[in-house]
Design a protein around this ligand. Structure first.
Ligand SMILES: [Zn+2]
Length: 168
């Protein structure tokens, strides 16, 4: 057991410094990874859309689908349309709503066609498109109109019912 000679002490210090340098490098890499992870987390948070943004997106999508069908300009009723879609988006997920819009724009029922696939009719009848497939004609037995005057179509009936519910 003897004390290290000066040369040995220098060697030990040099080795320690080298090890520490490597450790600092590893720490730096580790921090870079943490930073990347933080960036990723922030990116996810940033893309988390607000209800208003989701409604705007849905409206844009509706306008696009409508234009595809009618080859015409769809005039939006900004605040009213956004409010209506926001209300729907509280219960229907954006993807689901998108799918329902596609089904709606393909619906050839006379009432829907007469309404030129309006957004108001879509919002009022959105539940129908939540079924796995669109039923072209609903069996008459499933439709019970309690309105006066009696509604000419099932869809018309649903629109009237939706309006009544919205007012209540
Ligand atoms: Zn009715």
């Amino acid at each position: 057991m003897s004390l290290p000679k000066p040369d040995d002490a220098t060697t030990i210090l040099t080795a320690k410094l080298s090890t520490l340098t490597a450790l600092v490098e590893r720490l730096r890499a580790q921090q870079a990874k943490s930073y990347e992870l933080l960036e990723e987390i922030q990116a996810v948070l940033a893309t988390e859309a607000t209800p208003g943004q989701l409604a705007k997106r849905a409206l844009d999508r509706f306008v696009m689908l409508w234009r595809e069908r009618y080859q015409a300009v769809f005039v939006v009723n900004g605040a009213k349309d956004i409010a209506a879609l926001k209300r729907v988006l509280r219960v229907v997920a954006p993807d689901d709503l998108d799918r329902r819009m596609v089904l709606y724009l393909r619906n050839e029922e006379p009432f829907v066609v007469q309404a030129h696939h309006s957004l108001a009719v879509f919002v009022a009848t959105v539940n129908r498109y939540g079924m796995t497939r669109i039923a072209g004609r609903q069996p008459a037995a499933e439709w019970h109109c309690a309105h006066s005057p009696r509604c000419p179509h099932r869809t018309a009936c649903e629109v009237v019912s939706a309006r009544t519910t919205a007012r209540a």
